[in-house]
Design a protein around this ligand. Structure first.
Ligand code: ATP
Ligand code: MG
Length: 382
């Protein structure tokens, strides 16, 4: 037994193949970028005014859905006592927005799914009440033909009555599936309107496409809050160190008899994952399954190569990530130009040193302040 495997309990090393597969599949590594984004998001959620909308965006496979699940778990555990006392309370709801069948986001379907998540009975029998005069009630624009006012009102009521403080929407870029820029703005307005009216905090998780929500107009940009969940960047030495430490941690959790020496192949692992930890995990997971099925003592380079994501797929992910990061930098340059124009040049340096790593106001997407060299610890996914 290799000394690196000390981390695995005897119970795992002596367990069945199926249990070993499950063990690795369920490991979540609390790697540095995930930890920073998580801390920043939880702080925002906890300190936020009611009715705010946040957006967490990043490349495919970076771990957005994993983060979404972790936030839900954490909020549910913090509210455990309250839920025990009153089973009607649903402090947090999460929903993965489906990709629309006909290419257009379907609001009716969205309301139905949300109501189902909230265990709302009689979803299909909702009738619109006479509109009450509520203070600060901003109705969603009715020019969205698919908007169903009765269902929308039911959802608003459910959020209020269930005392739902947080709504998480994963794959939120599907909201953008509408024709034309004006319609995209309406989509975002509709979400903001529900958040505003119910006082619930909405967090939207999605790809870089989400950025078009805050490109649209200055007002939206000012009112929303964005968090960049970025990949590990090859141009940043600290990132490379951390990426290697993630590989090392995954390796330590591989329930195999011998060391796989994955770090020897870190460049290849980086190339095909583009620095996204979720893609790395899925890749190693497939390798592990094959190694266990074939009774191999470790994951060989051959196994890694045979199961590598195709170059064309990695290229597409890299292009989306790099273009997304560039767009972000462009926005930051606009902000810099604005500051120059207004004569902020003397203050800029002082302000930059106070900016958090994950907010979009950072100057260099790939660079960050030095942090302790954390090797990710793991936890079991719920
Ligand atoms: N920190 C992590 N530790 C272990 N596994 C992870 C981690 N982050 C993600 N994964 C795993 O990687 C896979 C992809 O992650 P996830 O679905 O969260 O990515 P995503 O950013 O939501 O991707 P997409 O944009 O395609 O939806 C999942 O199987 C998930 O369990
Ligand atoms: Mg996802």
């Amino acid at each position: 037994m290799d000394e690196n495997k000390e981390i695995l309990s005897e119970q795992i090393t002596n367990s069945s193949i199926l249990e070993k597969k499950n063990y690795f599949r369920e490991r979540t590594i609390n790697h540095p970028i995930l930890q920073r984004v998580y801390t920043s998001l939880m702080e925002k959620i906890e300190e936020s005014e009611k009715g705010k909308v946040y957006q967490v965006f990043g490349p495919t496979g970076v771990g957005k859905s994993t983060l979404c699940k972790r936030v839900k778990r954490e909020v549910l555990s913090k509210n455990h006592t309250i839920i025990q006392k009153d089973k009607g309370i649903i402090p947090i709801v999460s929903l993965e927005l489906p990709s629309p069948d006909n290419g257009k986001f379907n609001w009716k379907d969205f309301y139905r799914r949300m109501l189902k998540e909230m265990n709302e009975p009689l979803i299909d029998y909702k009738v619109l009440r006479e509109p009450e005069k509520k203070p600060n009630h901003r109705y969603i624009p009715n020019h969205l033909p698919s908007t169903s006012p009765a269902l929308r009102e039911s959802l608003e009521n459910a959020i209020i009555h269930r005392k739902t403080k947080i709504v998480l929407l994963d794959e939120a870029q599907h909201l953008l599936k509408v024709p034309g820029g004006k319609a995209i703005q309406d989509q975002m307005d509709a979400i903001k309107s529900i958040a505003n009216l119910t006082g619930s905090i909405f967090v939207m998780f999605g790809t870089y496409e989400l950025m078009s929500f805050f490109d649209l107009n200055g007002q939206l940009g000012r009112r929303t809050n964005e968090i960049h969940f970025r990949r590990y960047n090859l141009n940043n030495t600290q990132d490379i160190r951390e990426f290697k430490s993630v590989i090392y941690t995954f390796e330590k959790h591989l329930p195999l008899d011998e060391d796989s020496e994955l770090l020897l192949h870190w460049e290849f692992l980086y190339e095909r994952t583009v620095g996204c930890i979720g893609i790395l995990k899925e890749w190693l997971n497939v390798c592990l399954i094959q190694a266990l099925n074939r009774n191999l003592p470790s994951i060989s380079y051959e196994l890694i190569k045979n199961n590598a994501p195709l170059p064309s797929k990695a290229l597409k992910i890299a292009q989306e990530a790099v273009y997304g990061e560039r767009d972000l930098e462009k926005g930051e340059k606009d902000s810099y130009n604005l500051q120059q124009l207004l004569g902020f040049s003397n203050l800029t340096d002082k302000e930059d040193s106070n900016k958090s790593d994950n907010t979009i106001k950072r100057k260099d997407v790939g660079k960050r302040n030095p942090v302790r060299d954390v090797i990710g610890i793991t936890e079991k996914e719920a």
